[in-house]
Design a protein around this ligand. Sequence first.
Ligand code: V47
Ligand code: SF4
Length: 359
Amino acid sequence: MDRSLIIKTYTQKNDFYKKVAEKVLSGKGLEAEEALRLYQEGDLYFLGELANAVKERLHQKRYYYTINRHINYTNICAIGCKFCGYHKKPGEKDGYTYTIEEIIETLKSTPGLKEVHIVGGLNPELPYEYYVDLIRKVRQNFPSLRIRAFTCVEIDWLTKISKKSVAEVLTELKQVGLNSLPGGGAEVFSERLHQELYPRKIGYQRWLEIAKTAHRLGIPTNATLLFGHLETEEEIIRHLFTLREVQQETKGFYCFIPLAFIPKGNELSYLTGPSALKVLKTIAISRIILDNFPHIKAYWVFLGVKLAQVSLLWGADHFHGTVIEEKISQSMKKDTVVQLSKEEIERLIKEIGGNPVEV
Ligand code: V47
Ligand code: SF4
């Protein structure tokens, strides 16, 4: 079926669908109440077609991926979020920290790398110099590698251990070679959930303040949403509209990554995690609301390869990358694939009618 006919069929029988389709297709933003109703009541296919229309307006049939590798430099974390199965408390068995030399050796053993994604826990034993030296040495050894490192949560931690300001820390990291920040640690922009699930981590006001400072200094950042646990639909929509407003102001966000909660190995393991339907609707509503974000990422490591592939038809345009060794999900899903080849990613994209673009 011609996909534009799907929208036509829906809008003919429903005034609400007609109104939102007109707004979304003409590039006018939805009101928060309209977006919430669309997310709550909108049919899965209708949401998918609208999101795909936004995606095609921005990228046509192009779908992006990169040859990348994750380095989770330490799993020791003083914070302990309830949803995290990755961290170990300081002093606990099975805690690890990589030396900078080990990290350089690991990167040398991965040919063809375009990007490295470096994140870790908040380890009280690591001095500020470790972080700066890590970026400096990675840059010295790999002059053209894109270094995406340290979430806003880690940047806040660095300000505390160095007694420097956010701008000072970011400027120093940029000077030694940092290119951008990953989007982790945003969780859900809700004070209720902050208190309930991660009270020792920075709240969303601080997370946004750090992201805005990075943008002002010419450092692009990503943004995430952790969904499928105890959040409400209203909280998801508020999170998305908050990001949309900040992006209007700074234009510094590059990619939005809706992270599907994995209910394993953590204090919320009694939950089921989001259904495939919830995942697709969340990716679609993200693409519709965040039409000022360049990219929506299908993070296959958390979604699973099959659902990530389908989500490329529901508004996502970025398949993240080849990944290799991602310990956050490995700690929760022991059987997860943590590496895809360039050829596999290209095949998955071509199978849904897309043109793969390596970035
Ligand atoms: O901030 C923790 C989340 C994030 C769980 O910027 C969990 O390109 C699901 O942010 N189930 C880290 N999620 C990962 C992250 C990320 C991943 C890929 C790409 C990018 C990017 C960023 O993982 C944490 C937290 O929100 N997380 N525990 C869990 N049980
Ligand atoms: Fe620590 Fe990050 Fe895990 Fe929270 S999500 S416990 S901050 S490693």
